[in-house]
Ligand binder design. Structure first.
Ligand SMILES: C[S@@+](CC[C@H](N)C(=O)[O-])C[C@H]1O[C@@H](n2cnc3c(N)ncnc32)[C@H](O)[C@@H]1O
Length: 280
């Protein structure tokens, strides 16, 4: 009798298949605003570099079954590589419908080819800004835009139309409405509940790592304060950013040595690593 055995693929074979599948999927994607994946220039070179960067990130988590959430997971490539390097479960939240569908197709193809384990990735469409926090961060975003507007006064115009244009709003409304819609254009989608990643007792995010390659103008004003509230003590925030892109570390986090990630035509991208401090 023939025994069914688990097929074994070396990390190299897995990466080659992943690059092929991602490459095929990319050809279906037209240029999407805000879509700037870490591997954009040259997947053959960038994907192995990301594999190495995520391996180092995985080693920073002292757990046998670490989990990772990609905020703005795009076509899911980083999630799939995270699954390859040993994150036991990866979660993605993505606002863009086309990219979300692409991530699902890639995930299914990788599972079928036994490149990543079955059922280890969960994806949900929607905003990574949690509705509950939006009222508390909205004023900060408003003040941030006011500052930008004041610095840009030579241009003339009024604040409402500046915000309208700056946030690329498609519908009319006042500045606060534009900000709310920008942070969460589809509040009926509840990605955090869909994924089941908020602990109901502590109201904290259960994932050990939160990864983000920021592409929205409210990263410091809204995303970081939300991360301070949501992440559990000891959890790691990994922010992909250009080497010279400094931002103020919130006091709730301690900064750890960065991890080199990938080189693009725009320069080197590093993972800046922050660990949520224990509560005092
Ligand atoms: C620079 S891409 C990063 C893709 C992928 N995570 C990577 O590292 O290659 C940023 C992604 O964030 C998504 N995004 C921007 N704002 C978002 C939001 N509020 N909620 C969910 N996704 C968002 C964009 O649609 C885009 O796919």
């Amino acid at each position: 009798m023939k025994m069914k055995t688990e097929s074994y693929k070396s990390p190299n074979q897995q990466l080659i298949q992943l690059i092929e599948i991602v490459g095929k999927e990319q050809s279906h994607l037209s240029r999407i605003p805000g879509w700037w994946p870490a591997y954009i220039d040259n997947p053959q070179i960038a994907i192995p570099q990301i594999y190495s960067g995520l391996t180092q990130l995985r080693q920073r988590v002292q757990k046998s079954t670490p989990t990772l959430l990609d905020c703005g997971s795009g076509d899911g490539t980083v999630l799939s590589i995270a699954a390859l390097v040993g994150f036991a479960h990866t979660y993605g939240i993505e606002l863009n419908h086309q990219l979300s569908c692409s991530a699902c197709r890639t995930e299914k193809a990788l599972e079928r080819q036994q490149v990543i384990p079955q059922g280890g990735n969960s994806l949900a469409e929607g905003s990574y800004y949690l509705s509950e926090f939006i009222p508390t961060v909205e004023q900060r975003c408003y003040d941030h835009l006011k500052d930008l507007f004041s610095a840009d006064q030579d241009e003339g115009g009024n604040f409402e139309s500046f915000v309208h244009q700056f946030l690329g709003s498609k519908r009319p409304g006042d500045a606060a409405t534009h900000i709310q819609r920008f942070l969460n254009p589809r509040p009926e989608l509840k990605p955090y509940s869909t994924l089941g990643i908020i602990d109901t007792q502590t109201a904290r995010l259960i994932t050990d790592v939160v990864y983000i390659y920021p592409s929205d103008p409210f990263f410091e004003t809204a995303f970081l304060p939300q991360a301070v509230q949501l992440m559990m003590p000891g959890a790691v925030l990994a922010v992909l950013s250009p080497e010279d892109d400094g931002f103020q570390t919130p006091s709730a986090f301690s900064q750890e040595p960065p991890i080199p990630f990938t080189h693009t035509s725009q320069g080197t991208l590093n993972l800046q690593v922050f660990r949520k401090r224990d509560m005092l």
